[in-house]
Write a protein that binds this ligand. Structure first.
Ligand code: NAP
Ligand code: MG
Length: 400
């Protein structure tokens, strides 16, 4: 059997710990036998980031800008403990944050569904993808405690220093709290574009909600910007694709979501996305069954698993013990990236291969063969609980 040939290189970004252990095994067992892999490899393992003063992360993001598509392994975001563990020069920033900022991207998380793991919400038949606006609002706030009898005001000055707006927030009788938040038209507009691009790419409806009835300027700018971007750039494309853009209030969208069949992109403001993505993820089953893609409004895509480096399992692995780490989201990161590469380069075989591998993974689980995390929640009960490597071997033997 001749292997599928690729044209443009895929940007391959490696990471840390347990996911770093599984990465080459996935390539060796599930990809390389079928595809003549053409990747440009960037090692974002923590030591390499430290050695290069994090330049390697910037190089990897630039490579995605050059080639358009990347696949990324999970990476450690160092904290004080990691600094010591790895003897680092400093606590480097989150690589995901750096790459996201350089690509101006939005992260979309989509659950991977199988018929023997039932969502906690009975009506959900199709995956709900959450797109979270990752800039501003309460995540970049200024906040204070106000003293008894204090007066809090909000002031905005123009470039020339003149006060353009000034409003009293509160005259406090007793103690209180105050918070100032912001967002930018540019960031909201990029977010809207990334959402509409994703909806078109996946051929799913896009739902968006704010509280514009209460927040008549702040949230209203989100609502208006989405509508402007939609009307000027996406209305016709959506009609052609047979999908819709639906806007409503945030409380209304929650009520509708719980009764829906799923199958839409849910665009969320920053805080809504933080909260709702965790709710959706846990309602669909397992972190190991959650795929994630960073979409930039400039047409760059980076695929990854939503989970981290699975540190606890890595320490077991280092002790020579078998692990129950589930590689499904990592495999789907690869298939997502290969499918996109196939689409962009016009290589139908490559996109078809991605679909075949995904179906093989799903049918393995649906036949009752799975890792421990899924065995704990599946119905009917698992036929056989496999460790990390046995599960990959089972998929490989089915592919062959
Ligand atoms: P984690 O890697 O997401 O794992 C947390 C727990 O979730 C695991 O201990 C395990 O539970 C379960 N789990 C996650 N993925 C699993 C999988 N594929 N198969 C089976 N179980 C899975 O989070 P963490 O251990 O708290 O974080 C480790 C490192 O990852 C941190 O240094 C953090 O900075 C990094 N991180 C990176 C990314 C990224 O690069 N995208 C995202 C998040 C975190 P049990 O122990 O109960 O089996
Ligand atoms: Mg959260």
């Amino acid at each position: 059997m001749s292997k599928i040939q690729m044209k443009t290189p895929l940007v391959e970004i490696d990471g840390d710990e347990m996911t770093r252990v599984l990465w080459p095994i996935i390539k060796e067992k599930l990809l390389a036998p079928f595809v003549d892999l053409n990747t440009e490899y960037y090692d974002l393992g923590l030591k390499k980031r430290d050695d290069s003063d994090d330049q390697i992360t910037i190089d990897a993001a630039n490579a995605i800008k050059k080639y358009g598509v990347g696949v990324k392994n999970a990476t450690i975001t160092p904290n004080a403990k990691r600094l010591e563990e790895y003897g680092l020069k400093k606590q480097w920033k989150s690589p995901n944050g750096t790459i996201r900022a350089m690509l101006d991207g939005t992260v979309f998380r989509k659950p991977i569904m199988v018929n023997n793991i039932k969502p906690a919400v009975r009506s959900w038949e199709k995956p709900i993808t959450v797109g979270r606006h990752a800039y501003g609002d309460v995540y970049r706030n200024a906040e204070f405690k106000a003293p008894k009898g204090g007066k809090a005001e909000v002031i905005c000055t123009a470039e020339d220093g003149k006060i353009v707006c000034c409003e009293t927030i509160m005259d406090f009788e007793g103690e209180g709290i105050v918070q100032g938040i912001h967002n930018t038209k540019e960031s909201i507009s990029s977010f809207a574009k990334a959402c509409f691009e994703y909806a078109l790419d996946q051929k799913v409806d896009c739902w968006f909600a704010t509280k514009d009835t209460i927040s008549k300027t702040y949230d209203a700018m989100f609502m208006e910007t989405f509508q402007e971007v939609f009307d000027s750039e996406y209305k016709e494309k959506f009609e052609k694709a047979g999908i819709i853009y639906f806007y409503t209030l945030i409380d209304d969208v929650i009520a509708r979501m719980m009764k829906s069949k799923g199958g839409m992109l849910w665009a969320c403001k920053n805080y809504d996305g933080d909260v709702m993505s965790d709710m959706v993820a846990s309602a669909f089953g397992s972190l190991a069954m959650m795929s994630s893609v960073l979409v930039s409004p400039h047409g760059y895509f980076e695929y990854e698993a939503a989970h981290g480096t699975v540190q606890k399992h890595y320490y077991k692995h280092q002790n020579g013990e078998p692990t129950s780490t589930n590689a499904v989201a990592l495999i789907f990161a690869w298939t997502g990236a290969l499918r996109k590469r196939g689409e962009l380069d016009g290589i139908q075989e490559l996109s078809d291969f991605a679909g075949k591998l995904e179906n093989t993974v799903l049918s393995t689980i649906e036949d009752g063969l799975m890792t421990g995390d899924l065995a704990a929640i599946c119905d009917p009960a698992a036929k056989k609980v496999l460790n990390s490597i046995e599960f990959l071997d089972e998929i490989a033997s089915r592919m062959n």
